[in-house]
Design a protein around this ligand. Structure first.
Ligand code: BTN
Length: 149
């Protein structure tokens, strides 16, 4: 018992230090995705609700692109282990469409934060017969904008 105590103490401190040093993924800040779209998440509140803005690099329309608002929610369960899941909606201010994103905030093997997402883009159609072609799906990968790393 006497010999075990220092060993347990060292083990406890090592595990504690490891826990403190593991980098967590945070959504707040400016991100760029693989299409060149920019997204800023301003604040995430205590409930995990967040808001921000989205500047898409591309559009399915012929409209002039404008910065659009986004609203989302971060999963706050303690089991998320610093790599939380999240979802957000972009309500496009220059088109009739709306996009929902769902994803997870990871810390990669180099310690860099990355958002792996999937999205559904719902376009407006004039009638129910066109519903079949109204939704497109894809993936986007976001990394932090370099200037604020
Ligand atoms: C529209 O074209 O009606 C609105 C813009 C849609 C942009 C899409 S959303 C999914 C994908 N990821 C982006 O960053 N931009 C496109």
């Amino acid at each position: 018992m006497v010999q075990a105590t220092p060993f347990l103490l060292v083990l406890f401190l090592a595990l504690g230090a490891h826990g403190l040093s593991v980098k967590k993924c945070s959504l707040t800040g400016c991100w760029v995705n693989d299409l060149g779209s920019n997204m800023t998440i301003t604040t995430v509140n205590a409930n995990g609700d967040f808001t921000g803005s989205y500047h898409t690099a591309v559009t399915a329309t012929s409209n002039k692109i404008k910065v659009s608002p986004l609203q989302g929610a971060l999963q706050k369960s303690p089991n998320q282990k610093g790599q939380p899941t999240f979802g957000f909606t972009v309500n496009w201010s220059f088109s009739e469409s709306i996009t929902v994103f769902t994803g997870q905030c990871f810390v990669d093997k180099d310690g860099k934060e990355v958002l792996k997402t999937m999205w559904l883009l719902r376009s407006h159609v004039e009638n129910i017969e066109d519903d079949w072609k109204a939704t497109s799906v894809g993936v986007n990968v976001f990394t932090r904008l370099k200037l604020q790393e």
